[in-house]
Design a protein around this ligand. Structure first.
Ligand SMILES: [Zn+2]
Length: 262
């Protein structure tokens, strides 16, 4: 399987990239359904897609990711109500993240798992930013991805198992010390699940990046938009996990050589 994957990437890489992007935006439109329905406790499979304003059921040609929104110029065909640009943005973002994962990982099992991790983090980020809740089923999904990854890549099994253990203990300590004001139980579960996917070293790197992003962007938001002090940490954690999943090994090696360890 590995050889045929390499062969495809050598002969027609553009075909793989196009297919990956298309898969990404199609899966992205499913992510939109999750983002809207999970906080409402609605089923993500049984209710047919409909206009949020007039309730008109959508035809297949109104459901083509990215392109339908552009063709309809962001308006419902029935009632002319504006359709949130969040739909095409999430679809495009997921498509680009999948392409980025392919670019860094090549056509491997790790690439597939990383795409799914990014999709889950995208859903978590948007829901957390809106509702300050991190949906537990998506966290479980990330933990399952981590377990599958461990089956395929078990050479660093100790680091992998230490990931959720140390991250869990760290966040439990933070929650106990701050009385749950800085972090919530959702963050705690998320870092344990992602810790299993990334292992300890990359998780610590992700946490460092998340804190950096979080403090810088939050200060800018507070100044610019006069937003309150409450900080949804999920989006920043997700950004940290994303960077660590893609470039964690390189960044850690860079850090170690900088410190003169290697
Ligand atoms: Zn409508």
């Amino acid at each position: 399987m590995k050889q045929s994957a390499e062969l495809i990437m050598e002969t027609a890489p553009w075909l793989v990239y196009i297919f990956t992007f298309l898969f990404g935006i199609v899966f992205g439109s499913f992510l939109n359904v999750c983002i809207y329905r999970i906080p409402e406790k609605q089923s993500i499979v049984s209710v047919p897609s409909h206009c949020m304003t007039c309730g008109k059921k959508l035809h297949w040609y109104e459901l083509i990711p990215l392109f339908s929104w552009l063709a309809l110029r962001g308006k419902c065909h029935g009632c002319k109500a504006k359709i949130s640009p969040q739909y095409p943005i999430i679809e495009a973002a997921n498509g680009l993240l999948c392409v980025l994962a392919l670019f860094v990982k090549g056509l491997t099992v790790d690439f597939l798992l990383t795409c799914l991790l990014f999709s889950a983090l995208l859903v978590i980020s948007v829901i957390d930013a809106r509702t300050f809740e991190i949906p537990f089923p998506i966290v479980i999904f990330i933990a399952v991805l981590g377990a599958v990854r461990l089956i395929f890549y078990h050479e660093h099994w100790l680091d992998t198992i230490l990931g959720p253990a140390v991250m869990g203990a760290l966040f439990l300590a933070i929650i106990l010390v701050t009385g749950g004001k800085a972090m919530g139980g959702g963050d705690f579960k998320l870092v344990m699940a992602a810790g299993l996917f990334l292992g300890l070293k990359k998780s610590l790197l992700a946490l460092f990046i998340a804190s950096l992003f979080g403090s810088v962007i939050h200060i800018i938001l507070m100044k610019a938009l006069h937003k309150g002090r409450q900080l949804a940490f999920g989006p920043y954690l997700s950004a940290g996990f994303l960077v660590a999943a893609l470039w964690g090994d390189r960044l850690l090696n860079l850090y170690l050589s900088f410190m003169g360890v290697t």
